[in-house]
Design a protein around this ligand. Structure first.
Ligand SMILES: N[C@@H](CCC(=O)N[C@@H](CS)C(=O)NCC(=O)O)C(=O)O
Length: 223
């Protein structure tokens, strides 16, 4: 299988966690931001990474969207499963996964890039890196006002997740689920932001634990 990705994307990290958890052999192709559109649009009709190309007979040519990739992998190779034994809990896990994807992954992006452009500039002050940050800020409309709203969404989310994750290894019962995988990938960029590291130590313990279970190298800040 081939994963088309941006190496730094937290959504691509989510797809890698699922591939690693299932022990599937795959290769990655790192796309160049900007040029990625030409490769992806004809392949999927969309422009976002990750895209998984199974490269197998009788399988789709390309699967776009990290959630669809998780669903494909579960059907393609059911063991070890990403699904919970209780159907109601599994349905809740998918709802949580969708919320993490659509709301919290975006909020993380806003807070992270605003940090990298300001206080966190010294992480990589190079012209190239600051240019990329500016392009991303412009593409998504990231500024101090929108980042503040995103930070407030993260506070609510971390209160909710903390209720479950602080005292237990998984968000549902005793088994890793799609919700753990999504939360662990989509909140991972916060590991580079000192305020979050100080305020939510349990979050980074869970992120590290889930990365270990999925055989995925730790994200920057935790490695
Ligand atoms: N819901 C999508 C979101 C993916 C996404 O936002 N990917 C970003 C990178 S973090 C991207 O490829 N952006 C490029 C673009 O929109 O053209 C998923 O789960 O795959």
């Amino acid at each position: 299988m081939l994963l088309l990705q941006f190496s730094t994307s937290h959504y691509c990290r989510k797809a890698r966690l699922a591939l690693g958890y299932k022990g599937i052999n795959y290769q990655v192709e790192n796309l160049t931001p900007g040029l990625h559109i030409f490769r992806l649009r004809t392949l999927t009709g969309l422009t976002t990474t990750p895209v998984l190309m199974p490269q197998l007979a009788d399988q789709p040519e390309a699967i776009s969207d990290s959630t669809q990739i998780l669903k494909f992998l579960e059907t393609y190779q059911p063991q070890p499963t990403l699904c919970l034994p209780n159907p109601r809990a599994q349905s809740e896990a998918w709802v949580l996964e969708d919320w993490l994807d659509e709301s919290i992954g975006t909020a993380t992006r806003f807070v992270y890039y605003q940090f990298r452009a300001g206080q966190g500039k010294e992480i990589d002050p190079s012209f190239a890196s600051q240019m990329v940050i500016q392009v991303v800020q412009r593409q998504y409309g990231i500024n101090s006002a929108t980042a503040k709203l995103a930070a407030s969404r993260l506070t609510t989310a971390l209160e909710f997740l903390g209720d479950r994750w602080k005292n237990a290894p998984y968000l549902f019962g005793t088994q890793l689920s799609v919700a753990d995988m999504a939360a662990s990938a989509l909140l991972s960029p916060l590991a580079l932001i000192p305020n979050y590291r100080h305020q939510y130590p349990w979050l980074f313990e869970r992120i590290s634990q889930i990365h270990a279970e999925c055989h995925e190298p730790l994200p920057p800040g935790l490695a």
